[in-house]
Design a protein around this ligand. Structure first.
Ligand SMILES: NC(=O)C1=CN([C@@H]2O[C@H](COP(=O)(O)OP(=O)(O)OC[C@H]3O[C@@H](n4cnc5c(N)ncnc54)[C@H](OP(=O)(O)O)[C@@H]3O)[C@@H](O)[C@H]2O)C=CC1
Ligand SMILES: [Mg+2]
Length: 428
């Protein structure tokens, strides 16, 4: 059975993350409920980031982003050229930050800007870390904090997902992006694994690189976002890590296959070296095919990903963390493949249950025209012999989520973020 936290510690005050400042003092509460309209203060930092991003996305002009398959596919091809095959061989060439983004941002300032934009919204949900240090060896190196999150593509949220109980105003990008950034800044992950990213070039890459992250984006080849009017390009997976903590050793962008056929789903796998301990590990992010009826397809995609990860980790010699929206409940075949793989993986969020054997009751909860959809689909897998989970961010309660479920005025995605602190076990 899923259990409430064993020992709680404040999410915001729990630790120092290198390169990021701790938010100051008690959190200001926002007014609740939100008035229908209110003046929004201009946000110079966010505007500046968007303007700087035009430098990164010079090749992706309005014309290229516009509706219509020809131009959309051209964008997709360009994005792939920039981020796919060459990235595997020359990561330093493709991920080198554009000099105009190097001016660092103080995360506290950015957080304040986000809060100013969000001042009419209800307060952010409080979530606490569950201390799992009993399972965690003592180490003089700081833990590695990993965040897994399907952030909900803007184009899908507004154009395809049919969240019938979510008011369209709650999905406004200018505010929703601040809720996403606020969540990232609140937990200060060292590594950030995202799915459904359709604002990489204009938002996440420019801002997160100025916060000290190195980012990689791999769009889906035929992103459903491209079918939505006024889309912002394809959605895909993005992986960010803090440059002051890790050095990139190797990077692979993987288009997943199913029964030898190329599919529309992707993964990014990177080998990183910890600057403090010189220990290497592999981090991967993926988003498997959605919907019922596609269970065997997902299973095949999972097998392909596991095979790729076998090769990248040299047969499980390099410790591994795999984050993803697997679009599969724990009863599905793809989950069983991961749980029984020779890569020796465990699912971190099981450790929140009393017996350590049960996944949480949900990681996504929404209401579509078809009714309520409450599922456990998102996971953080890790090499159980090489790594331990020191703490994990508890999920939102049903009461916090509320009767209209997600997304909402206080939470930007239909999926919850998962956050874990890992430490290396002693080497044998
Ligand atoms: N032109 C072409 O030749 C081709 C075009 N395509 C395009 O790709 C699309 C399919 O892409 P694919 O990657 O397989 O998509 P998926 O089936 O994996 O789903 C795409 C997105 O839809 C969301 N989703 C899941 N369930 C529902 C639902 N019931 N209602 C609305 N949205 C849902 C998923 O979110 P979550 O993961 O959060 O559940 C996911 O992000 C097609 O719609 C088409 O537009 C695809 C192939 C070829
Ligand atoms: Mg989705």
């Amino acid at each position: 059975m899923y259990q409430s936290p064993r020992r709680l510690c404040s999410a915001l005050l729990q630790r120092d993350a290198p390169g990021l400042c701790r938010p100051p003092g008690p959190r200001p509460r926002r007014r609740s409920p939100p008035p229908a309209t209110a003046p929004r203060p201009a946000s110079p930092r966010l505007l500046a980031a968007a303007s700087a991003a035009r430098g990164v996305a010079r090749c992706c002009s309005r014309t290229v982003y516009s509706m219509g398959n020809g131009t959309s596919r051209l964008y997709s091809a360009l994005a792939k050229t920039l981020n796919s095959s060459a990235a595997s061989q020359h990561p330093e060439y493709l991920v080198a930050p554009d000099p105009e983004h190097l001016e660092p941002i103080d995360p506290k300032e950015l957080l304040e800007e986000c809060r100013a934009v969000l001042h009419t919204r209800p307060p952010r949900f409080q979530r606490d870390f569950v201390d799992l240090r009993a399972d965690c060896p003592s180490s003089h190196h700081p833990p590695i904090r990993v965040m897994q999150w399907n952030i909900l593509a803007q184009a899908l949220g507004e154009g395809k997902d049919n969240f019938v109980q979510c008011p369209i105003e709650a999905l406004k990008w200018e505010e929703r992006k601040c809720l996403i950034l606020e969540e990232i800044l609140a937990y200060q992950p060292d590594i950030l694994c995202l799915q459904e990213v359709d604002h990489y070039f204009d938002t996440f890459h420019p801002l997160l690189s100025r916060l000290g992250y190195q980012g990689t984006f791999f769009p889906k080849p035929w992103s459903p976002c491209l079918d939505v009017e006024h889309n912002n390009g394809p959605d895909g997976c993005a992986l960010f890590f803090l440059q002051n903590r890790f050095k990139l050793v190797n990077s692979a962008n993987i288009r997943l296959t199913a029964m030898t056929l190329k599919t529309n789903q992707v993964a990014i796998a990177q080998t990183l070296e910890c600057k403090e301990s010189s220990r290497q590990f592999c981090i991967a992010v993926t988003h498997l095919k959605a919907r019922t009826g596609w269970e065997r397809f997902r299973s095949a995609q999972g097998c392909d990903l596991l095979q790729n990860l076998q090769n990248i980790t040299q047969g499980a010699k390099i410790p591994l963390i795999v984050c993803g929206d697997f679009n599969a409940e724990p009863t599905e075949e793809v989950y069983k493949h991961f749980a029984s793989s020779s890569l020796n993986l465990n699912s971190a969020y099981k450790l929140l249950s009393a017996d350590g054997q049960s996944e949480p009751p949900y990681t996504t909860w929404k209401i579509r025209t078809s009714g309520e959809c409450r599922h456990t689909l998102d996971y953080i897998w890790y090499s159980k012999h090489a790594l331990s989970v020191c703490s994990a961010l508890d999920l939102l309660t049903e009461e916090q989520i509320g009767p209209n479920r997600l997304p909402s005025f206080n939470y930007p995605s239909d999926h919850l973020s998962l956050v874990c602190d890992f430490s290396f076990n002693e080497e044998p």
